[in-house]
Design a protein around this ligand. Structure first.
Ligand SMILES: Nc1ncnc2c1ncn2[C@@H]1O[C@H](COP(=O)(O)OP(=O)(O)OP(=O)(O)O)[C@@H](O)[C@H]1O
Ligand SMILES: O=P(O)(O)OC[C@H]1O[C@H](OP(=O)(O)OP(=O)(O)O)[C@H](O)[C@@H]1O
Length: 220
């Protein structure tokens, strides 16, 4: 499957997929049966539109596939978009799904100064080193980031660092691991993303899909 009029949509395969699929279906895109078969090892799926396929990848990789033009459309959280900050990605529609926020957290029994405005240097475990670095730099604080891919909440109790920057939704993961939120950084939702070059060369087609997603959100 690769011709110049093929449209590839990159979707995140993790927790957000079950919120994404009703939207994909509401704009009239239905993947082939293998998409819902847990035994299937397929990674690219045909749809009811002969020129449209769906790939299912890690949420960070959605941004990379779209930025490099390997996929023309996708769905990604603004956590991922801000972390990469790819100029090639345009994010025109807030899909109003994947609601959570990014926060700084630390052990509830941490004795030192927990007022961020008093810090000059912090060591932080996070999946978002660029975003974390920029956030603290804006406040004149140098952040030394230790990149993890998940389970950040383990880092303080095992002595990797004292603080983490991670996503929070219900707060249950922080609580279960003896951490408390110190500062909220940013609200997060998932966005429809488009490769900017493709938007120029295939503007009627891609703007048409952008409009359909907008209408689906407005109607929901
Ligand atoms: N607890 C949460 N509640 C709501 N949305 C979340 C939550 N955690 C993450 N998200 C959103 O979903 C996206 C994907 O989540 P996450 O990075 O945790 O992936 P995952 O489901 O663990 O899968 P993978 O690591 O394989 O990509 C995040 O980028 C974020 O925008
Ligand atoms: O506030 P809560 O409702 O507990 O949600 C927050 C958790 O959800 C995400 O992790 P996820 O479950 O996706 O696992 P991960 O550690 O692999 O990213 C995030 O990284 C937090 O750990």
């Amino acid at each position: 499957m690769s011709s110049s009029d093929e449209l590839v949509i990159a979707l995140p395969k993790g927790r957000i997929l079950k919120e994404v699929m009703p939207l994909i279906r509401s704009v009239g895109i239905e993947p082939e049966a293998a998409f819902d078969d847990p035994e299937s090892r397929l990674l690219q799926f045909r749809t009811n539109h002969p020129n449209i396929s769906i790939i299912r990848v890690r949420s960070f990789d959605v941004a990379t596939f779209v930025a490099f033009g390997a996929a023309q459309l996708g769905v990604a959280g603004n956590d991922v978009l801000l972390e990469f900050d790819y100029p090639e990605i345009y994010a025109p529609v807030d899909l109003d799904i994947g609601h959570c926020y990014i926060a700084v957290a630390q052990p509830e029994n941490l004795e030192d100064d927990s007022d961020p405005s008093h810090w000059s240097h912090v060591r932080i475990a996070t999946k978002y080193p660029n975003l974390t670095h920029k956030y603290f730099a804006a406040a004149g604080i140098q952040a030394e980031c230790i990149k993890l891919s998940g389970a950040m909440e383990l880092a303080p109790s095992l002595g990797l660092c004292r603080r983490i920057v991670d996503l929070v939704s219900s707060g249950a993961t922080l609580r279960a691991n003896g951490l408390v939120e110190v500062e909220k950084i940013l609200d997060i939702t998932s966005r429809l993303v488009v490769n900017r070059a493709a938007l120029k060369t295939r503007s009627i087609e891609l703007n048409g899909w952008v409009e359909k997603f907008r209408e689906a959100i407005d109607a929901s």
